[in-house]
Ligand binder design. Structure first.
Ligand code: GGG
Length: 353
């Protein structure tokens, strides 16, 4: 991408922010997989960094300034998962939501791909959800007040032309580089005609503003509810899906169900000059600390991050190793029906590398 130059790097400074729960088990696994690439990539230099709700409960800070400043000195980063409580906690704000904004990582790119054949002759999935990462309801401007008829809560949903245009351009670029070259714009502008209307209209206008560049890309639009329905019935119709923040989050988790497990699905948070890999799954407090979390989403996130930086061949090596382990089906963690530990699943990937 624009400001990334892989050719000149002697070393690769990678910030590691495991954060909460199973993030602390899967990010070290991704680190080991990167280290196993040896001289295929510039010598990695890892920087361990703190963030998360557990950190907040100990120190009163979920995202220390030092973490943000250190990340700005890194070439890229890997983030694990965060356990934000569902109830409001005074002084706490989600560190991942804050980091995406502070580093202007405006695109959350989430490929969802079937590796092993799907059971019951269900169609294979090969799609990318491109989620806007900085606004929508995630501006987190909420308020609550008491009225005569009870409490009333409100949230601001922000959609700007600027953010819609840049995520739209990212989605068109990804679509034109793929064999099927098909883009679906997800919205709900039959109800939210102002906010989703602006998103839809702005993304729609991109080909006209770039004459000739996206001539090969076919464009569809779909209401988010109907998109989820069709995703479950005929996922093969989707190639690249671009969506405002909240819809993108929900659709990508739903799509993960079609490929076996959330534990397989990677993402990157990408801006114009920084990239941060992050498994799509959360902190999974029910299995945290048991050494049974699936490390594959994090290893794949490392591969996506490396590919985004221009290291396509080593990224392919990582993906190939993971795909072989999944296809063979001998060393799988419990989310995939196996009995392997996190360490055993990692070791299986390392053997393939
Ligand atoms: N790696 C994705 C992740 O941590 N998901 C959990 C999540 O979305 N938590 C809400 C939050 O605190 O941001």
């Amino acid at each position: 991408r624009r400001n990334f130059s892989s050719a000149t790097r002697q070393s690769l400074k990678i910030g590691l922010v495991p954060a909460d729960g199973i993030g602390r088990e899967v990010i070290p696994a991704a680190r080991a997989a990167i280290e196993a690439l040896g001289s295929d990539i510039p010598k990695p230099e890892f920087v361990d960094l703190l963030a998360g709700f557990e950190l907040f409960t100990r120190t009163g800070t979920a995202l220390p300034d030092e973490t943000v400043e250190a990340l700005k000195e890194c070439d890229c980063a890997l983030f694990g998962s965060v356990s934000s409580p569902s109830k409001r906690v005074t002084g706490y704000s989600s560190p991942i939501v804050a980091l995406r904004k502070k580093l202007d990582l405006y695109a959350n790119i989430r490929p969802v791909v079937s590796v092993a054949p799907n059971p019951n002759d269900k169609p294979s999935v090969d799609l990318i959800v491109v989620r806007e990462n900085t606004e929508c309801l995630y501006v987190k401007q909420e308020e609550i007040k008491s009225t005569e008829s009870g409490r009333e809560a409100r949230a601001i949903r922000l959609i700007t032309e600027r953010a819609s245009a840049r995520i739209g351009r990212m989605a068109f670029e990804l679509a034109r580089a793929r064999p099927r070259k098909h883009l679906t714009i997800i919205h709900k502008s039959n109800v939210l005609s102002v906010t989703d209307g602006l998103f839809r209209e702005t993304v729609r206008a991109i080909p006209k503003q770039n004459p000739g560049r996206y001539d090969d890309v076919t464009i569809a639009e779909q209401l988010v509810d109907s998109a989820v329905y069709r995703l479950f019935r005929e996922p093969q119709i989707y190639d690249v899906m671009v969506a405002p923040n909240l819809y993108g989050d929900i659709i990508s988790d739903a799509a993960a169900a079609l490929v076996g497990s959330l534990g397989l699905v990677p993402s990157i948070n990408a801006g114009d000059s920084f990239v941060m890999g992050e498994p799509v799954h959360g902190s999974a407090p029910d299995i945290a600390g048991k050494n049974i979390a699936n490390p594959i989403a994090s290893i794949r996130s490392a591969a996506l991050m490396l590919r985004h930086l221009g290291y396509g061949a080593p990224a392919d090596r990582l993906d190939k190793a993971v795909d072989q382990v999944i296809r063979e089906g001998q060393v799988l963690t419990p989310d995939l029906g196996g009995k392997a530990t996190t360490q055993e699943a990692l070791d299986a990937v390392l053997r393939k590398l």
